[in-house]
Design a protein around this ligand. Structure first.
Ligand code: GLA
Length: 481
């Protein structure tokens, strides 16, 4: 993303739509995942990193209690919703994602009021790059920024995920929202989805003489089509039959052999071995050995294809072509059955690109889109801190810098009272609706992250890091269109 140009573009569009300047522009990135697939909801480990593309939200407060949402990707009439009546099942389609975030924030006791939003995205939809999570996270940053609510980022990720699980009805894990909100420039995020403990792991392929290619295979995926939920159910069943709370608790893949059902055996084997691959890959990155992680990527693909059975023909073709052309490793990425792949390639990735394109031509398919993502640059926090709407903020808005680069103010961080969480979760649980895709998301106290501790241990707090990729980009009042 080119911060200023993108922020100015969406701010300009906001002006066209609403006839006024936005009070700020916030952005959250999409994510790729180096390794660690279908491990998050099994309370395991993941290693995602932020992309240089994402979702931007220009926003301003409204004092009529309405949430008005426009999206450049959904031209037409805006969604106009009285906030007080926004509830699961009452909003459908794309607007359910931003509306769900407002609902989740209010359910958690954050006094979010009306807002006008103008949303734009630089991410392809359905490509498995977390466009939905980026949308949720950008809206979460915008609403908390507008209303001066300093919700710690790990908590914001949980609330954004709650919007997706309980409002939209998609039973996803915590990886995507955590990646969008917690990833730092030039680093992957090693996240323990049980404890919530996260750490930034250096990821600078160019410095290692390598390149990471993200390949949009063109086959679209949808987490809500039931197959993702089916895999979740199979994992839960496998864990139950192995006598553990979840598959994270199985350390040795040989234990999975004890499962009578061959399908459950394969599912469990994937999760157990994938967890090992994630921690090995993180150790290699820390030791400056990114190249060595290539073999782990390829092993992950084999496991996802043969044991977890979520690969798809275009992904297999992409992986084969990339490896034949000299990539050090490649795999499908994300939930699967459509979406994108990732290849760890040599510094001149053109041969890998050409090889992949060459494999698609005989299939009568256009060459897939290939992103060679530079790790997102360190971003200066842009435009100036603003007063919370109507003086309702209890903390301060995200620290923002002016377009002139001057930091204007940074208000004290307000922490959610920890003691309030269990009671709040119990309340949320009682209200928890059935998921619309046939799976009831696990109870809230089991999925604070993915079933683990309710809050990250204090030593692992990542919510005040200056290098976040997701942040406020621009304050409308301070920059002409
Ligand atoms: C999707 C979900 C994530 C995760 C991945 C698979 O992206 O949103 O929570 O489960 O699939 O690793």
């Amino acid at each position: 993303m080119s911060d200023e140009a993108d922020a100015n573009r969406v701010a300009g569009w906001f002006g066209d739509c609403y006839g006024r300047q936005p009070e700020g522009v916030w952005q959250a990135p999409g994510r790729a995942n180096l390794i660690g697939e279908h491990t998050d909801y099994n309370q395991g480990w993941v290693l995602p990193f932020a992309l240089d593309r994402g979702v931007l939200v220009a926003a301003a407060c409204r004092h009529d209690g309405m949430l008005v949402i426009r999206s450049r990707q959904a031209p037409g009439e805006p969604a106009t919703l009285p906030l007080a009546t926004v509830a699961p099942g009452r909003v459908t389609g794309w607007a359910a994602y931003p509306a769900g975030v407002a609902w989740a924030l209010r359910e958690a006791g954050h006094p979010v009021g009306g807002a006008s939003l103008a949303i734009d995205s630089t991410l392809p939809q359905g490509a498995g790059l977390s466009s939905s999570a980026a949308l949720e996270c950008a809206v979460a940053l915008a609403l908390t920024g507008l209303y001066g609510l300093d919700v710690p980022r790990p908590d914001l990720a949980i609330l954004a995920r709650r919007a997706e699980n309980d409002f939209v009805g998609v039973p996803s894990g915590i990886m995507d929202q955590s990646a969008s909100l917690l990833c730092q420039a030039s680093h992957a995020l090693l996240l323990d989805c049980r404890s919530g403990e996260g750490s930034a792991v250096p990821l600078e392929p160019a410095a290692a003489g390598l390149a990471l290619l993200i390949v949009d295979t063109g086959a679209r995926h949808a987490l809500g089509d039931g197959r993702y939920a089916l895999r979740r159910g199979e994992c839960d069943q496998a864990a139950g039959e192995l006598g553990v709370r979840c598959l994270r608790d199985v350390a040795d893949a040989a234990a999975a052999d004890g499962l009578a059902d061959p399908v459950l055996r394969r599912r469990a084997r994937h999760v157990v071995t994938e967890n090992h691959r994630v921690t090995q890959a993180a150790a290699m990155l820390r030791a400056g050995g990114l190249a060595g992680a290539g073999a782990l990527l390829s092993a992950s693909h084999t496991s996802l294809r043969d044991d977890f059975e979520v690969s798809w023909p275009e992904a297999d073709t992409t992986v084969d072509a990339a490896l034949e052309a000299g990539a050090l490793g490649a795999r499908m990425m994300g939930g699967g059955l459509g979406g994108s792949g990732i290849a760890l390639g040599p510094p001149a990735p053109d041969a890998v690109r050409a090889a992949i394109g060459g494999r698609y031509a005989p299939l009568g398919r256009p060459a897939p889109g290939v992103l060679a993502p530079p790790p997102p640059p360190r971003r200066r926090r842009l435009p100036g801190a603003r007063r919370p709407c109507a003086g309702r903020g209890r903390g301060g808005s995200e620290a923002l810098l002016g377009v002139d680069g001057q930091e204007r103010s940074r208000t004290a961080e307000r922490q959610l009272p920890h003691a309030a969480w269990p009671a709040r979760r119990a309340r949320q649980d009682r209200r928890r609706p059935a998921g619309k895709h046939g799976v009831r998301a696990p109870p809230a106290d089991r999925r604070a992250l993915d079933g683990g501790a309710r809050r990250p241990p204090s030593g692992a707090r990542l919510d005040a890091h200056p290098d976040y990729v997701a942040l406020g980009l621009r304050a409308g009042a301070q920059s002409p269109r």
